[in-house]
Design a protein around this ligand. Structure first.
Ligand SMILES: [Mn+2]
Length: 497
């Protein structure tokens, strides 16, 4: 029976610059997690610790960190620690981290798997390693393992170790070291220790391939990270016994705060913060603001949060709110920007032209979903990105802004209920200024469908505009950006930081 701990993707030295000076706390947490893992290895009588790539963030981390890490390993001299270079810390040659003094002089229990080869872990137990020597490749690094396995005694327990993306349809990039989903059985391995993706992934190749994920979560979306794997292989050919050991130091939590119902949101956030307070020092907390909010409400909420979040050392506020202006606020904005009404009317007109639909609520718009901050390595996530925030209309704003578009509108009596923001005849050559009074009632009113799609296409063709991109969401975003920018630029108290 051979028992070991398999981990990967520590990315020690990662900066977490999105948290400013608190990035230090996150870097420190990873070392604490490493210490915890070493203690668990001892507690579970592990025969070895395997690190399947990306122990370090990159080849530029400083020597102090290397010394800190080798000292931690040195404190467990009886535990063999096998370290594979991954794509973050590839063994590129003399310039790589693995050729620096602290690692060249590493304690005897550390084995750096710089080149492809076989290491004897114990009597009848072989470790077959395929390290990475570059940051990207379309070659499956596990192919090497099959070569290495060929000459080994059939009865030996064979454990493979490499780093890359399981070649799951639509979930990996072709140049991200794609690893065949049968890589373990193909090479005759009892177990293949992988690293690269940051969430726990099991069940591949009859459970002989495992991706343990990062032992310390590094973003809010890593919902299956924070573990190392304890693996037992009883005999050659027997299925490995695998179980996750939770080791994470920090928990990443998101609280949603919806400004559509400010009172309820504040009560819910207050309660959630109280529940988290005992673990405040071990929580990376994000408050996600949703809903439509006036600049004043938003500023007031942020001020409240500043106090409420004081006990939490590592926090982030993600602002997914839409700007909502009262008619008075919008009027004020237009006073400061006299051209605003004209531009909004033009956007309305363009939208009608492009989509054939009348804009529903001129300024009820949604900003683009906020991206995950500082996520340099999207490929290492196993799961698809979350859906973006859906569009929601807000009733706060009076719509008849497009006053200029009304200028040429025929008397209301001659037209069936035309929304004020419908396209102006001046912008649509196909429309006659005189409404067809003789139109049969069943026919669609011409002002509601100013152009057919084909006509709009023909009009836009010279500009090479792709109509498919000109969606209501696109126009909503255009209005949002316009209003928000004007509001931020000129608000007397500059309330949106
Ligand atoms: Mn990686």
């Amino acid at each position: 029976m051979y028992r070991f701990i398999h981990s990967a993707d520590w990315q020690l030295g990662a900066r977490f610059s999105q948290f400013g000076r608190h990035g230090t706390l996150l870097r420190q947490a990873r070392l604490e997690t490493l210490q915890r893992t070493l203690a668990l290895a001892r507690e579970h009588h592990a025969d070895a610790l395997l690190i399947a790539g990306d122990l370090f963030e990159d080849n530029q981390v400083d020597n102090t960190l290397l010394t800190t890490v080798t000292d931690l390993f040195h404190a467990h001299p009886d535990l063999p620690i096998c370290i594979l270079p991954g794509n973050h810390d590839p063994h590129t040659g003399p310039d790589s981290i693995w050729q620096r003094r602290p690692l060249l002089d590493a304690p005897a229990n550390i084995r750096i798997l710089r080149e492809a080869g076989v290491t004897t872990l114990a009597d009848g137990v072989c470790l077959l390693a395929s390290p990475l020597h570059q940051k990207r490749s379309t070659t499956d690094p596990s192919l090497k393992l099959a070569e290495l396995a060929a000459p080994l005694p059939p009865g030996a327990i064979k454990i493979g170790i490499t780093h890359g993306a399981p070649a799951i349809e639509s979930k990996h990039q072709p140049d991200d070291f794609p690893i065949a989903l049968n890589a373990a059985t193909r090479a005759g391995l009892d177990y293949l220790a992988l690293g690269h993706w940051h969430n726990w992934l099991e069940g591949l190749d009859e459970n002989r391939i495992l991706m343990p994920g990062t032992p310390e979560p590094d973003r809010f979306a890593n919902d299956a990270s924070g573990n190392v794997a304890l693996v037992e292989i009883t005999a050659r050919g027997h299925p490995p016994r695998i179980r996750p050991l939770p080791v994470a130091t920090l928990a990443w939590r998101t609280l949603d705060h919806d400004l559509l119902a400010p009172g309820a949101a504040r009560a819910a956030t207050t309660a959630a913060l109280a529940a988290l307070a005992p673990d405040a020092a071990r929580t990376v907390l994000r408050i996600r603001l949703h809903g439509a909010a006036s600049p004043a409400t938003l500023a007031e909420t942020r001020a409240w949060l500043e106090t409420a979040l004081a006990p939490f050392p590592i926090t982030q506020i993600a602002d997914d709110t839409r700007i909502a202006l009262t008619p008075a606020e919008l009027g004020d904005l237009q006073t400061r920007h006299p051209i605003l009404a004209q531009v909004l009317a033009d956007i309305d007109r363009l939208e009608t032209l492009a989509t054939g639909a009348t804009p529903a609520a001129a300024v009820a718009v949604t900003p683009p979903a906020a991206p995950e901050p500082d996520t340099p390595d999207v490929n290492e996530n196993t799961l698809p990105l979350p859906a973006t925030t859906p569009l929601v209309a807000t009733p706060l704003v009076a719509t008849p802004l497009a006053t200029t578009s009304l200028a040429d509108t025929p008397p209301a009596a001659t037209l069936p209920a035309t929304p004020s923001s419908a396209i102006a005849p001046s912008a649509t050559p196909s429309l006659s200024a005189t409404p067809p009074a003789a139109t049969p009632p069943a026919a669609p009113p011409p002002a509601d469908t100013p152009l057919t799609l084909a006509e709009a296409q023909a009009l836009l063709a010279p500009s090479r505009a792709d109509l498919a991109q000109l969606t209501p969401a696109f126009f909503a975003q255009l209005r949002q950006t316009l209003l928000q920018t004007l509001q931020e630029e000129t608000a007397p108290d500059n309330t949106r930081p």
